[in-house]
Design a protein around this ligand. Structure first.
Ligand SMILES: [Fe+2]
Length: 446
């Protein structure tokens, strides 16, 4: 089963719902968007015997009985929106009619109160019981922790937007699970930390930084109770961005001085919000938020007047923050390859970043970090799934595309012995999403 068709369908459903919410039905683009959605629904249901059922259970999405781990995370917000509209399952029967597609989108967008019944798309007629679906959940722990952390961030951001108070209970609880999962499955966690989202960049970025910080702190020998305090700070480090206008955050070019001044306030804003929410003993998270853009040499922002080094946690989060930010595509620049991001860290070691943490980070992720896409001399494209720096000279990889250019639906383990790497490519350049391969390659199923 390919998760690709389901993801394409969900992406189109998300777009179509937006389109119908923002524009009138006779808008020139609406017909096109709905036609594309119908094509995707057909593609999903064409080869199946009978119907295809997408079920939403908690934060998990299933295609028939199979968990779609990556899509569950990628479309986490859409799934929530659908659930809030009362949708628990959507059944598609080939060929899907255009009228039914419209009904589905109108219902999902909250424009119609009717649940379409008896057509080629039906709601809440899923034939699977809860236990039939849950039994399939193999890598649930890690992915669920990730999804819960996203939820906590959404909740905190919402509370701050409406000037409501919050406490750190949710964040503490979410990071406890992340710490446990990251320590138990480091390679799968690092692979999951390559998840990207354009729409909710800050939230996904924050969870990734949290995972990377936990893994790095572990390597640095931090005891578990301190790991949890660090992880709360890492998860909330950018929460002050709630106070920055979206148009500034997503500005696709060079920022003007006013925009830049606005961005530079997010460490203070975040620290103040965390401090107001923190119980005694939790204040260190505010320090992390306050200092994460201060440089190792004391420059950066905000300008720190106190006569001490930045806190170890802040220096650690700054390293993970830079790595994840650089490997993510933004509206104003392309994504860097993991290897290039490591070079940037190395170049800034001693000025921007704590050199001992940069070296520890490189040791942790390896020269070719988990999730790296490598072009080999024979033309093959492989993805790094684990770094065995001590056990072997070569990382574990899976073959994603053969030398003849054929893409493998389920990547296969591949030996790097005797092969040479000619290039490292970005996920966008290769048209591949490393985190999406987490489930299909069987990683994280421990
Ligand atoms: Fe930041």
């Amino acid at each position: 089963m390919s998760e690709k068709a389901a993801r394409a369908l969900l992406g189109q459903l998300r777009g179509a719902t937006k389109q119908l919410t923002l524009y009138p039905i006779d808008h020139p683009a609406t017909g096109e968007v709905l036609a594309k959605l119908r094509q995707n629904a057909d593609a999903l249901s064409k080869d199946s015997v009978g119907e295809v059922v997408l079920s939403i259970l908690g934060d998990s999405l299933y295609e028939n009985r199979s968990l779609l781990a990556h899509a569950s995370l990628e479309f986490n917000k859409l799934l929530r929106d659908l659930q809030s509209r009362g949708i628990e399952s959507i059944s598609f029967e080939y060929p899907v009619s255009e009228g039914d597609v419209y009904d589905l989108v109108a219902f999902a967008a909250g424009l119609s109160g009717d649940i379409p019944a008896g057509g080629t798309i039906r709601l809440n007629e899923g034939p699977f019981t809860r236990s039939e679906l849950e039994s399939d959940e193999a890598i649930s722990g890690l992915r669920r922790s990730y999804a819960r952390s996203l939820d906590v961030l959404r909740g905190v951001a919402l509370a701050l937007e409406v000037d409501e108070g919050f406490d750190l209970t949710g964040a503490t609880w979410a990071v406890e699970q992340l710490v446990e999962q990251t320590l138990a499955q480091p390679s799968a966690s690092l692979l999951l930390s390559t998840m990207k989202s354009h729409d909710e960049y800050t939230f996904y970025h924050s969870v990734n930084v949290c995972i990377l910080s936990i893994a790095l702190a572990r390597l640095a020998g931090l005891p578990e109770d301190e790991l949890k305090l660090l992880a709360v700070g890492a998860l909330l480090h950018d929460i002050g961005k709630v106070r920055v206008q979206a148009s500034t955050l997503q500005y696709p070019g060079r920022l003007n001085p006013e925009q830049w001044a606005e961005i530079k306030l997010h460490p203070q804003e975040g620290a103040a919000a965390i401090l107001a929410a923190a119980a005694p003993g939790q204040e260190i998270a505010a320090v992390v938020a306050f200092e994460h853009h201060a440089r190792f040499d004391g420059r950066g922002y905000p300008s720190l007047v106190y006569d001490r080094e930045r806190h170890f946690f802040s220096r650690l989060v700054a390293t993970a923050d830079t790595y994840d930010a650089l490997t993510t595509r933004r509206s104003y620049r392309r994504a860097e390859t993991p290897n290039r991001a490591l070079q940037v860290l190395l170049q800034g070691a001693g000025t921007f970043y704590d050199p001992s943490l940069v070296h520890a980070f490189i040791k942790m992720v390896g020269v070719y970090p988990t999730g790296s896409l490598l072009q080999l001399a024979g033309g093959e494209l492989v993805m790094v799934t684990r770094n065995n720096d001590e056990a072997s000279d070569y990382p574990d990889v899976v073959l994603v595309r053969t030398g003849a250019g054929e893409s493998l639906e389920v990547p296969e383990p591949y030996s790097m012995q005797g092969r040479s790497i000619v290039d490292q490519v970005t996920p966008a350049g290769a048209g591949i999403d490393p985190a999406a391969l987490l489930e299909v390659s069987g990683y994280g199923s421990a």
